[in-house]
Design a protein around this ligand. Sequence first.
Ligand code: NAD
Length: 321
Amino acid sequence: MSRLRVAVVGVGHLGQHHARIASDSDGAELVAVVDPSQERGTEIAQKFHTRWAPAVGDILSEVDAVQVAAPTGLHHAIGLEVLKAGKHLLMEKPLAATLLEGEALLAALALARKMNPGLVACVGHLERFNPAVAALRAAGFRPKFIETVRVSPFPMRSLEVDVVMDVMIHDLDLLMALVQRPVVDVEAVGVPVLTKVPDLVNARLKFEGGAFATVTASRVARKKERTLRAFGHQEYASLDFAAQKLEILRLKMGEHGPEVIPEIVDIEEGEPLKLEIEAFHQACIGQGQDYVSWAEGLEAMRVADLVQKAVAESLVAMGEG
Ligand SMILES: NC(=O)c1ccc[n+]([C@@H]2O[C@H](COP(=O)([O-])OP(=O)(O)OC[C@H]3O[C@@H](n4cnc5c(N)ncnc54)[C@H](O)[C@@H]3O)[C@@H](O)[C@H]2O)c1
């Protein structure tokens, strides 16, 4: 069978890894990388034995699928162009820079699917492919309270969006997937520190059915930390995204009465981005549907929008808005 013809659009910090993984794939052929920077585009093209093109329109007729890792502010325009050409599309997270643009992408996808019902459109919420997250979901954990922390030193990239759309969106998507109930209430505080938009945000979410989550995201920390703790009935879990470690502690009856028994869950390590891209390629050839859909990506954006609004209100209340 012929290989899936793929292009990567935007080969900066993350896009270079998209190109590496696509070029290594047995089932796909990296036909081109696209970047307006000739220097960057040719550097990555040479490294991964493909060709460079300056604009997405230059390569659409030669590919079956496109992986977009261009700046978030361009997702909407590039997405519309790719959909118009009827190509499968993996869009990096967040789906778009604003809710309005995300909704426009969903509307364009619905139209494109009228012509091509098998069109695959997914969002790069790669933590869903983190083996530790997969293990937590497989453990059938039913959390009542979840606490996430995702902080890092200042990145000097993706600064056109705030820390909610850039970083917290990962955890908002995961929370929706873990709790599987709609968010009914959001409170949040946050502050701009090094940019004009919030760089540090703490949000408290209430889900239908009574589960709660506190979510902290910062790009002004000293060190990286990406963790999740989940608490259910007589069980709790501690997950480290970077180390791909999961520990589950359960209250059980021991020899001398109730005991809290820790269990380190056996996890086969894997690169989440690679697992995500492979699943996308598989879906494009009609093998499976293991991906985060645009509808789910938009749902995470809706919650992110509520967090942003709550932060804006808190800034006004502090006299900073
Ligand atoms: N899934 C994740 O964990 C994760 C991690 C980092 C970044 N991202 C997402 O990936 C995207 C890119 O982030 P980054 O950190 O790699 O940014 P970056 O600034 O390092 O790279 C962006 C690249 O896109 C290129 N570009 C600009 N305009 C373009 C256009 N019109 N067409 C094609 N390419 C264009 C730039 O020249 C640059 O090389 C963002 O949406 C970001 O949110 C996701």
